[in-house]
Write a protein that binds this ligand. Structure first.
Ligand code: FES
Ligand code: FES
Length: 179
């Protein structure tokens, strides 16, 4: 695994008080020296240029900044970067490295986005749910998405996308069973 080292030198005053951390992000181990005031979302967006993770409310209400930390969905605006020391972080960039994830494809096919601002966080949350349970009920989906707000879609497109994903993944399963 590649180890990257860099030092943020944008603000010498803040860096008088530094924190070192090792963190795996999208399969890559980074050794970093950061200001103690950095949130995880700042590290991702400002320093690593992983701008797929969005910032909106900044107070843990909207889920735009959702990432996976050791496999669990967290709001990266509420996690201090030093709290992610030793953790494994996955962002939306990891979800679609080569091809779109099937849930992203389903979003496109069902028109499950309008402005798209909430979409990376929605996809992260849904991927986490579908990895555990690929045939969730509508109630389970809505329950899982309670931390992800969308101001545009009314959620119907999102629910249709999950239904499409479920139909397609059960068809794949049926075909495998028949082989
Ligand atoms: S920006 Fe983090 S929850 Fe809204
Ligand atoms: S599509 Fe605009 S906030 Fe969800």
């Amino acid at each position: 695994m590649k180890i990257d080292r860099f030092e943020n030198s944008t603000n010498d005053r803040i860096l008088e008080n530094k924190i070192a951390l090792n963190i795996t992000i999208n399969g890559r181990l980074y050794s970093l020296i950061i200001p103690p005031t950095y949130r995880l979302v700042d590290l991702l967006r400002k320093d690593l240029e992983l701008t797929g993770t969005k910032i909106s409310c900044e107070i843990g209400r909207c889920g735009s900044c959702s990432v996976l930390m050791n496999g669990n969905v967290v709001n990266s605006c509420l996690v201090m970067a030093y709290q992610a020391n030793g953790m494994v972080i996955e962002t939306i960039e990891q979800v679609s490295q080569e091809n779109l994830h099937p849930i992203q494809q389903a979003f496109l096919e069902e028109g499950a986005l309008q402005c798209g601002y909430c979409t990376p966080g929605m996809v992260i949350a849904l991927k986490s749910l579908l990895d555990k349970n690929n045939q969730p009920t509508e109630e389970e989906v809505l329950d899982y998405l309670c931390g992800n707000l969308c101001r545009c879609t009314g959620y119907n497109g999102i629910l249709r996308a999950v239904q499409r994903y479920k139909n397609e993944s059960s068809a794949i399963f049926d075909n495998k069973t028949l082989e």
